[in-house]
Design a protein around this ligand. Structure first.
Ligand code: AMP
Length: 549
């Protein structure tokens, strides 16, 4: 097994096998069979392209052989930042076929994030577009290669150029190696098949190893509670690098059913509505902020969106008014789910009573998901009381990759993952989200670690001390506000701070959107900055500002 991965204890592994959850097959093996079974059906739609299951498998196989030829080997780590295109899907399955481990990064990540992923994982390759809007990925990879001992390959979506291979070329150019070379690759299904990124509560991001066994099971269970049939079509507008669109049920789950997956690089209403109409889309994964934009868009009435049956909302609390409004406007089921890249998934079931659909985020998808709600001393709270959610189960990680000190805090001694989410058990047995203990900002479903940004802002010369907090936003749910105590005589300004952070190479979605300058911070009885009090102070300031107009 890959060094740095925390294995499931043998007695749990035995139980998960005995109950049929773990099949001891690689992702590549499972999907090769799926592609053979549904060969002539359309698997993936991308722009004008319709790719059948047989074509998907053939292209992934060809790409896998070419990647093998380049020198990629089983368990090599590969950082992937790509848009939602068919090439991403070919690449994902190609890497699976040679047992490489993709690190599912986001197109919005920049130098600070990607350099950490390379360092943490010891990645040998980075696969990106050549450019995206105003950003030059070629320069990024060159900088990373200059700084890294492991990063040997730069692969780009566009044309090949000196020092870089072209992903399209590697996919299309007929491989010289025989297909039988793939049969010789031994993949241990208890090894990680991919690394997802943690929503982040620490200064440095954490990598989440998802094994072949647990990730196939994850998608099988997720698709079983989402009313998916072979003639259905899923629209993927959320980045496929995220757990939800990739596997909950997402791309993997829909392919397991022989259904269609339509990819979109845009989440704008004017692009999404025509796609739903044209492809007769039945399911979409959303975060609430997207749904709010779509259902309030005046163009919604101009399209026939009647094919939609299920909108799956997760990543952030869905306001009840948004659910009701959507169900009224689109006449479809808004299925809330509560999940995390670390594993545990809860879904509202389609036949749940009205109160469960309206008030809860559903219940776990597997009977062997073990869930506890505990107080600060790890004691179970009384039924219906609020506490922290702890989770353990057949598809929930046992430890972050290569992070033993952090794991000692993030897991109980008996292997429950401390989610940092505050929950309450509803009388129905489903769960209600009541808040969180963890120090992050949930900006439209993207998580920002307060500590990560605070560490960066502390290196900004005009700032003596900083605390980052969430402030409410009507669409995104939350935005980040940086509260700062300036250095004597300095007067930090938001635009200058943002320019500094962007210049350091921080992803744009993590830049503070408000700056509050203060003389001191409120302290808790233990002498730590009280973020709760800070939120209250800033909220009052915002309200006073609004009142003044
Ligand atoms: P990620 O791993 O980035 O998907 O983030 C997981 C976290 O998102 C969870 O631990 C929750 O804090 C939050 N989350 C996910 N789904 C929901 C939901 N339906 N309602 C409220 N918070 C959610």
């Amino acid at each position: 097994m890959l060094d740095g991965v925390v294995p499931f204890p043998p007695e749990y592994a035995a139980r998960y096998r005995q109950r049929g959850y773990w099949e001891d097959r690689s992702i590549a093996n499972v999907f090769a069979e799926v592609c053979a079974r549904y060969a002539d059906r359309v698997a993936v739609g991308d722009g004008e392209r319709a790719v059948t299951y047989a074509q998907l498998d053939a292209r992934a196989t060809n790409l896998a052989l070419n990647l093998l030829d380049l020198g990629l080997r089983p368990l090599d780590r590969v950082v992937v930042l790509l848009p939602n295109t068919a090439e991403f899907v070919y690449l994902y399955f190609a890497l699976q076929k040679i047992g490489c481990v993709p690190i599912m990064a986001l197109l919005s990540h920049r130098y600070l994030e990607v350099s950490q992923f390379v360092k943490l994982s010891g990645a040998v390759a980075c696969i990106t577009p050549d450019r995206a809007k105003d950003f030059d990925f070629i320069a990024l990879i060159q900088r990373l290669q200059a700084e890294s001992d492991t990063l040997r390959f730069g692969i780009i979506l566009g044309e090949a150029r000196p020092g870089f291979f072209s992903l399209r070329d590697l996919t299309d150019r007929p491989a010289v190696r025989p297909v039988s070379d793939l049969a010789g690759i031994a993949i241990d299904p208890t090894d990680p098949a991919l690394f997802l990124l943690s929503g982040g509560t620490t200064g440095i991001p954490k990598l989440i190893p998802r094994t072949h066994n647990d990730y196939v099971f994850n998608s099988k269970m997720a698709v079983s509670v989402c009313d998916v049939h072979p003639d259905d079509a899923l629209l993927l507008v959320l980045p496929i690098g995220h757990n939800l669109p990739l596997a909950c049920p997402g791309l993997q789950g829909f392919l397991l059913r022989g259904a269609r997956v339509v990819l979109s690089t845009s989440a704008r209403a004017e692009d999404v509505f025509p796609l739903i109409q044209r492809h007769r889309i039945t399911h979409i994964h959303v975060v609430p902020s997207l749904l709010i934009r779509w259902v309030n868009d005046p163009r919604i009435g101009q399209y026939d969106l009647g094919s939609l049956r299920v909108i799956q909302s997760g990543g952030q609390r869905l306001q009840p008014e948004v659910r009701l409004h959507t169900e009224r406007v689109l006449k479809c089921f808004v299925q809330e789910n509560f999940g995390m890249a670390e594993g545990l998934l809860m879904f509202v079931r389609l036949d749940d009573p009205l109160d469960v659909r309206r008030e809860t985020v559903g219940r776990p998808i597997c009977p062997d998901d073990e869930v506890r709600i505990v107080d600060d001393d790890d004691r179970d709270v009384a039924p219906g009381e609020v506490g922290e959610l702890l989770a353990r189960g057949p598809y929930t990680l046992r430890g972050y990759y290569g992070a033993p000190a952090h794991n000692a805090r993030a897991f109980t001694a008996d292997g429950f993952y401390r989610t940092g989410d505050l929950m309450r058990r509803h009388p129905s047995g489903s769960y209600v989200v009541e808040g969180r203990k963890k120090d992050l900002i949930n900006r439209g479903g993207e998580k920002i670690s307060a500590e990560e940004i605070e560490n960066l802002i502390l290196s900004y010369p005009a700032v003596q001390n900083v605390a980052c907090i969430p402030i409410p936003h009507p669409i995104l749910g939350e935005q980040m506000c940086a509260c700062v105590i300036p250095q004597p005589g300095a007067s930090p300004r938001l635009e200058e701070l943002v320019a500094f952070l962007a210049g350091e190479g921080l992803a744009r979605f993590k830049l503070p959107e408000r700056l509050e300058v203060m003389n001191d911070f409120p302290l808790s009885p233990f002498g730590k900055v009280s973020k709760k009090d800070l939120v209250a102070i800033v909220t009052t300031r915002i309200e006073e500002q609004k009142a003044r107009g």
